[in-house]
Design a protein around this ligand. Structure first.
Ligand code: NAP
Length: 330
């Protein structure tokens, strides 16, 4: 039985984490091409912090908006999708939590094109750590970097959820992995990599033999990362942790070394094929997504605080019917 109202986070403007609240709003009405998902859990993402703290002012953001770019749950009302009620699904991106209401809610009305059936028996909290983070790691490593077991991969900004997932996937493939953090105290977090390096901001000349690089700090360090790979190497720019969003004064002739290739990944358009392939890889290699902190929905303000402060050591997940939270801010 679908209730008439639900708890959700509704944002109207820039909001500090401690001001994030649950309010009672109507459960959305189903329409053709969209399905109603009962949200069981959702992961938190760096981009949701950016939205909440400032991007929400932009014209292209629907206001008020229920944020949240991903979730896992069950089909509550299948509409014309052909799926059965109760089907386990994962949903992500395509404007979720920006152009239409997202996942910080008990129910989410989502376009069929961005909802994917999943046949995984992982508990909800673990499954919630997968969609956006593992899909982005997967797409960056395979679609863009064409990662092979013989590669030596540099993950710049390795302690974010995406970086930790990428390290785990690359190690499962058999690669040698070098990962960086800009905080000395976070070096132990990179223990699944072959080498953990403290990032001073200037790493060119530090390594030899790096064939692929996943840039998660972004334009702030991209020119330097391009100088960390060998001739024939590829750099994929996927993150913007450094807070610099575009390349000012970038001179491609001089800034991209001869024979080095630059690519980028945007997770906005997952397909059924790529999501299935990503889940199959995780299953084949028995990879369990790491969780840095887990919160109950009632503790959403604390979850947002952990996101903004960068204190959680890995993916932050929020469980709608969770039994309890674990979070050690250190
Ligand atoms: N291209 C795409 O489609 C796509 C998809 C998903 C995510 N992303 C991007 O990928 C990045 C990671 O996302 P996420 O959701 O995984 O992040 P997250 O888990 O929220 O991670 C943020 C972490 O990164 C660390 N960090 C912050 N600034 C840093 C810097 N300058 N250098 C190194 N580490 C820094 C923070 O801790 P410390 O500061 O304490 O180290 C924090 O723990 C973000 O920039 C996100 O926007 C892109």
């Amino acid at each position: 039985m679908i209730p008439k109202t639900m708890k959700a986070v509704v944002l109207t403007g820039p909001t500090a984490p401690e001001d994030v609240r649950l309010t009672e709003v109507p459960v959305p009405k189903v329409r053709p091409g969209w399905v109603l998902v009962k949200v069981r859990a959702f992961g938190l993402n760096h981009s949701e912090g950016l939205l909440r703290l400032g991007e929400i002012r932009a014209d292209y953001i629907q206001k008020p908006i229920i944020p949240g770019i991903e979730c896992v749950g069950e089909i509550a009302c299948p509409s014309d999708s052909g799926w059965a009620a109760g089907q386990r699904v994962a949903a992500l991106m395509g404007g979720m939590g920006r152009c239409f209401h997202g996942s910080y809610a008990e129910y989410a009305l989502l376009p069929v094109s961005h909802v994917f059936p999943v046949n995984s028996s992982l508990p909800w909290a673990q499954l919630a750590a997968v969609p956006e983070t593992c899909f982005t790691a997967w797409g960056s490593l395979f679609a863009c970097l064409r990662l092979k077991p013989r590669d030596t991969l540099l993950v710049r900004g390795g302690t974010c959820a995406l970086g930790l997932a990428a390290i785990r996937i690359a190690k499962a493939l058999g690669c040698c992995v070098i990962a960086t953090t800009h905080r000395e105290r976070k070096l132990p977090l990179l223990n699944e990599a072959d080498r953990a390096v403290l990032d001073s901001g200037a790493l060119a000349g530090t390594f030899s033999g790096v064939t692929k690089a996943l840039e998660l700090v972004g334009p702030k360090t991209l020119s330097d990362t391009l100088r960390c790979v060998e001739t024939g190497g590829v750099v994929c720019s996927t993150g913007i942790l450094g807070g610099v969003f575009t390349l000012e004064g970038f001179d491609p002739i001089k800034d991209i070394p001869n024979g080095v290739y630059l690519t980028g990944f945007f997770s906005n358009n997952p397909t059924r094929e790529s999501m299935d392939a990503m889940f199959a890889f995780l299953k084949k290699h028995r990879l369990r997504p790491g969780i840095g902190a887990r919160f109950r929905f009632d503790d959403i303000a604390a979850a947002c605080k952990a996101l903004d402060s960068g204190t959680a050591e890995g993916k932050i997940v929020v469980e709608l019917d969770g039994e309890g939270s674990f979070y050690d801010p250190g």
